[in-house]
Design a binder for this molecule. Structure first.
Ligand code: ATP
Ligand code: MG
Length: 216
């Protein structure tokens, strides 16, 4: 751009700037992920647990990801009675960002991304499900994708860049917040699959909040 500035028309300048923006975001993401991995492996990831509402947090994450993935439709189905959860807000935002970004990255072109929450009355956990249609994640890869630097070799993954750290960090953070993460894949027609990541995260209650205050 610098060497050919005079010769470039506005469209080309926009195209180059878009590439610069994408690659800068990729670098920021990579540096943040490497920092998270180091902190997790040295036990320096300190969490500050607080009572958080799921809906506004999910909405914030979607609004950021929508900017980079304009071709995707996001559908949000959050039960109004969903209890508040006990999490570190920034880290849980990182968790949701990783999963929803993956759904946008690896989902079929124009795939809808469905996000829904649920909970059972006596259950102490809130469930957050994120689904997209795309290539299959085979059962034998369910554990592998949560390992450090691990990516699946399929056409959709080859099309987009990534370092295979997002799900490793996500699983570790969720477990540090006393939650769990699961993945399942259901066959649809025409060799397409519905992939769902489900996060179970503790609902806040008095006892857990007391523990959070002690941990600070
Ligand atoms: N929603 C999904 N649908 C299909 N495949 C997925 C989905 N989410 C993750 N994967 C597969 O799991 C692999 C690991 O995901 P992970 O988020 O850890 O790494 P990444 O997206 O490749 O890179 P990074 O998140 O570090 O930028 C991906 O490379 C992809 O092959
Ligand atoms: Mg990822």
């Amino acid at each position: 751009m610098l060497s050919s500035w005079e010769k470039l028309d506005d469209e080309s300048k926009k195209r180059f700037l878009k590439i610069i923006e994408e690659q800068s975001n990729r670098l920021i993401n990579l540096v943040e992920n490497m920092l998270s991995v180091t902190k997790l492996s040295t036990g320096n990831e300190n969490l500050i647990l607080k009572e958080i509402s799921v809906k506004p947090l999910v909405e914030t994450v979607i609004s950021v990801i929508k900017n980079q993935h304009g071709d995707k439709n996001f559908s949000l189905n959050i039960d109004e009675k969903t209890p508040t959860i006990l999490v570190d807000k920034d880290k849980f935002q990182q968790v949701l960002t990783n999963i929803i970004e993956n759904a946008a990255k690896y989902g079929d072109l124009h795939s809808s991304i469905a996000i829904e929450t649920g909970f059972c009355k006596d259950c102490e956990y809130v469930s957050i499900k994120i689904s997209n249609t795309g290539d299959e994640i085979r059962k034998e890869d369910f554990e592998k994708i949560f390992k450090k630097f691990s990516r699946i070799d399929n056409p959709l993954t080859r099309r987009v860049q990534g370092s295979g750290l997002g799900l490793y960090i996500t699983k570790n953070l969720v477990e540090k917040m006393d939650g769990k993460i699961a993945v399942y894949c259901k066959e649809l027609e025409n060799n397409r699959y519905l992939t769902t990541f489900e996060i179970f995260i503790p609902a806040s209650n008095v006892e857990k909040q007391a523990r959070a205050i002690c941990n600070q």
